[in-house]
Structures are given as C-alpha cells and as structure tokens.
Design a protein around this ligand. Structure first.
Ligand code: XMP
Length: 514
C-alpha cells in the first residue's frame, strides 16, 4: 500500500520536524527531505509514496545570503501543491521575482494578521488571526500571477497564493502551537489543497517494520542495545516479533544508570521471552572517563565504548547485526542536516564510531516521532511504566555530572535523581512533566550542617514541560514539592550543601545540562 505523502523540504529550520509530525497527526504520512532534492528524485519517490504536496520549511538564513539554501526552481512546475513557511515563503517570492526586503534584524513573537482573502490554506479563518511570526526578510510585493491573502502592519504580503497553481506562502509558522488556528491551516493544505486521503496509521507501521527487519536480517542473529527507555524497548519488542530467539537484548550497565534500572529492565523483558544479557561494564567506562571534562568528548566515549561492549557480546552469541532504537528527532538533533546547527551528539547516533564489526545497523524506528513510538509500544503490549517513561539520555548520569566524572559524583547524582523522582511522583506531577531529574554541578559552596561549616556540592534540579523535546519550558512545580526535594537531598546526601532549581526554557538552554 502506498500512502498519500507530504514531503517537507528542509531549509534548516528548528521547527522542520514539527511540521512533519503535525502532518502525521492527521494520519497523512510525511517525510523530511533535503532542500536541494531534484524534481526527478521527487518523481522517483513516488514509487514508495504517493507524493501529494510539498512544504518548504523555515530556516535561519536570509534569501540574500550567498550560501543560503535554495531549491531547484523547477520544483514549482511539478504541478504539486506547495506551501512555503517563513523562509520558504520568502524563497518562493524570490524565485517568482517578487520584491523581498532584506532583513535588518530578526523579529519574532506573536503577531495579529489581517486575513484579506480566507481561501485555500486560509479557508474558514476570521478577519484577524493570532499567529507566531518569524520576521527575517519581508515580502513587499509579488508579480501579477500571485495575489496577497493576508497582511500585517509591517508585512504587506504575509500570505500569498499563485492565481492558477496551488502554490501558497505564509510568513508565519502554522506548525507552532502559538499560532491559534495553525492546525486548521495545515489541515486546509493537506486535505483541501493537496487532496490527501488520511490513510497512514501508526498501527500499520508495526507490520511493515517487522517485515523490514526480517528482510534485512534474515536467519542471522542480532543484538539490540536495550536501555529500558521507550525507544529501545519498543525496538526490542518489534525485533523480538521479527526474529524470535535470534535476537539477544543487551543491557549495558555502564555505571551511569538510574537506581534499580538493571533489575527493572530484566524483569520486564524476561516476560517478553527475549534472550537477555546484562553486561556489567562499570569499571571500564569509568576508566575511559578519567580526566575528561568536555561534554561532547564524554558523549563520544560512552558511544564508542557501548559499541565495543556490543561487539564483544555479539561475538559471544554469534550476532552479525546490531539493532538500535534511534528515532527521527535523534537524527535531526545530531546534525545530519546540512543547514542546521549541531546541538549535541546523541550517543546512539553521531557518537557511533565509524568502524564497526557489524554487518549492518538496523534502526526500525528511525522515521518515527516520540508520540508515535509510544503508540507502537502500547500496541506491542509493553507495560505503562515503559510507554510513559520519561526520556533518559544514552550516556545517562555521565551527562548529569558536569565536568569530570568520579564514582563518588555518580553516586551522589544517582541518589539525588532518585529523590527528585520519588517526590515528583508522590506529588502526582509525573504525567504533566516531560522530564524531571537532578544534575550534579561543579560548583562547590559553603553550608552549615549540624552547627559546623560544611563545604560541599551544589545539586541542580531540572523539571520541564515539553511536547517533543525540541522546545521545553521549565515547570512551575509547587514550592512545597521543591522544599521536600531540597530538604531530602541535603539531609540524605552528606556531600551536598545546596540545591538550586533550573528556571531556563529550551531554547536557550537544552534540557540536559551537557
Ligand atoms: P537536550 O538536552 O538536547 O535533549 O535538550 C533533548 C532530549 O533528548 C534526550 N537526550 C538523549 N537521548 N541519547 C538519547 O537517546 C542521548 O545521547 C541524549 N541526549 C539527550 C534528553 O534527555 C531530552 O529528552
């Protein structure tokens, strides 16, 4: 079965993946493709998908940058519906020889647009609409074959369409929740303009994925790195269906795991009947970390050592393939894209050493978003504790101790993390938060414990709300919960004298400290 598909051309915008996810929420498949994709390549993709429309994403560049990402202008002649957003909007205007004013500075935030013509993508909208604008360059005028559909005080052409072809541009971001009727705008593009049928369901994914795993691995043996997180758990459950006893799940205890984790994972997956190996590797990871303070180096070391452990286990069990739980945003944030900045190296993606002993790495969830993975996991019968688990980074507590790691520091942060988890969950806040955890900082400060001066560590508590981890807000958790956390940490962990709460959103901070 081929699915109706919208391709999102990636011009480097941070919200690019969000567009993809929002399209899929409507049960229409979407893929993110490079901005310089050729018209012939789009036609070729039709063997796999039924391409019904194209979205040009936003991006950090100005259309006037000499190195700005461009698309092949012939794409606009494919007769496929096109929706340009922000940079995409400006680019279409520039290709059409419209008047685009270069940006003096970038302005963003909420704006109120006047809808002059509620048609096509803007069908059903009111005269005034609240949108999330990102003003770089501004489109001032378009040639006669285009018409303006909306404007603001500073943006004379905030939305446009081609008079004959299904080509639209919006200066704002409909994919962001702050655009009040963003969903309606996307729905209009998907169903009214592109005539898609809502025929993609995450449930169908399971059958296809199992077939693909079987095809890639055949009768050979494979191992999978099982961390107990939602991604690797869902991959394990999928791969177990495809490979049965030819699959061995390996939990690597690198010493940076949460309290009680190896036991929890083992007991959960034993019920699934998979071969399970607990690789005790605490000492070797710790040794590799001696003298290393740089976060990116720490991530690389953990990634590399992981693979070495896997290779050893694979040799023992005779496995030729490695299965990984990499998901779509991991690939995006690790900077596989040309025009987006690399934020950090996720250990299960770019942290991989280039030389591996495996015949191939198979990533069954590589095209799914987190909420889709949760659906898959639930469908596969994984328990709620796993399906709704908060994300935990592959390098684990190693990136929650800032700077150089020691055994003592890891033990402190593990205890603090456990206290944060217990108190948040006791307060019934678990389901409203994306993540909550403790970080051991390098800052030491003076305290007083039992009438004596104490000089000790500072623990930072982080709790965030988020939908997909690309953006996050610090959570306004009640003071009494914070007070209990702080009291318990300073009472139960003698080395800690101070607890602080992280009140930074993402951006500008990331969720993890390293
Ligand atoms: P940041 O810190 O970049 O994290 O805002 C975004 C989300 O990704 C998680 N994270 C990781 N997940 N391997 C993973 O599988 C990693 O190396 C890794 N680093 C960060 C983080 O917890 C947050 O949910």
């Amino acid at each position: 079965m081929t699915y109706d598909t919208i391709l999102v051309l990636d011009f480097g915008g941070q919200y690019c993946h969000l567009i993809g996810r929002r399209i899929r929420e409507h049960n229409v498949y979407s893929e993110i493709v490079p901005h310089d994709i050729k018209p012939e390549e789009i036609k070729l993709l039709n063997k796999k998908f039924n391409v019904k429309g194209l979205v040009f994403s936003g991006g950090p560049a100005s259309v006037y940058d000499p190195n700005a990402p461009r698309c092949d202008p012939n794409i606009l002649d494919l007769n496929l519906p096109v929706l340009g957003l922000c940079y995409g909007h400006q680019l279409i205007a520039q290709i059409a020889s419209g008047k685009v004013e270069p940006a003096k500075h970038r302005e963003y935030g909420i704006a109120y647009v006047t809808i002059d013509k509620p048609v096509g993508v803007l069908k059903g909208l009111d005269k005034k609409e609240k949108v999330w604008m990102s003003h770089g360059d501004t489109v001032l005028a378009l040639p006669a074959e285009y018409e303006t559909l909306a404007h603001t005080g500073s943006c004379p052409v905030a939305a446009f369409r081609h008079k004959e072809k299904p080509i639209y541009g919006l200066q704002w971001h409909p994919e962001v929740v702050h655009t009040e009727k963003g969903t309606q705008m996307l729905r209009n593009f998907i169903f009214e303009v592109s005539n898609c049928e809502a025929n993609w369901k995450v449930e169908d994914f399971i059958e296809t994925a199992i077939r693909e795993i079987k095809r890639s691995i055949g009768e050979s043996k494979a191992i999978i790195g099982l961390s107990g997180g939602i991604d690797s758990s869902a991959s394990t459950a999928l791969a177990a269906k495809a490979l049965g006893k030819n699959l061995t799940a390996v939990f690597v205890d690198h010493g940076f795991v949460r309290e009680g984790e190896p036991e929890f994972v083992k007991s959960t997956f034993e019920k699934f009947g998979v071969n399970f190996i607990l690789a005790e590797a605490q000492e070797r990871f710790l040794q590799k970390m001696v003298g290393v303070a740089d976060p990116e180096k720490k991530r690389k070391i953990v990634g590399e050592e992981f693979i070495r452990v896997f290779e050893e286990v694979a040799r023992q069990v005779g496995a030729e393939y490695l299965i990984q739980g990499t998901i779509y945003p991991d690939r995006i944030e690790s900077g596989f894209r040309k025009f987006s900045d690399k934020i950090k190296t996720h250990h299960n993606v770019a942290g991989l050493p280039t030389k591996m002993e495996f015949k191939a790495v198979v990533e069954p969830l590589r095209n799914l978003y987190k909420d889709e993975v949760r659906k898959v996991a639930a469908q596969l019968g994984l328990p709620k504790e796993i399906v709704w688990r908060q994300p935990f980074p592959g390098p684990g507590l190693a990136v929650r101790v800032t700077g150089e790691i020691t055994k003592e520091k890891v033990e402190i942060v593990r205890k603090a993390d456990n206290i944060v988890t217990e108190e948040i969950e006791k307060a019934g806040l678990k389901h409203s938060l994306w993540q909550y955890f403790a970080v051991l900082t390098e800052t030491k400060s003076t305290g007083v414990k039992g009438d004596a001066r104490a000089y000790g560590y500072t623990v930072a508590v982080r709790a965030v709300e988020s939908q997909e981890a690309m953006t996050a807000s610090f959570a306004k958790i009640p003071y009494d919960v914070l007070e209990r956390i702080s009291t318990r940490i300073t009472n139960e962990i003698p080395q800690v004298v101070r607890v602080v709460y992280d009140i930074t959103h993402k951006p500008p901070a990331t969720i993890e400290w390293e």
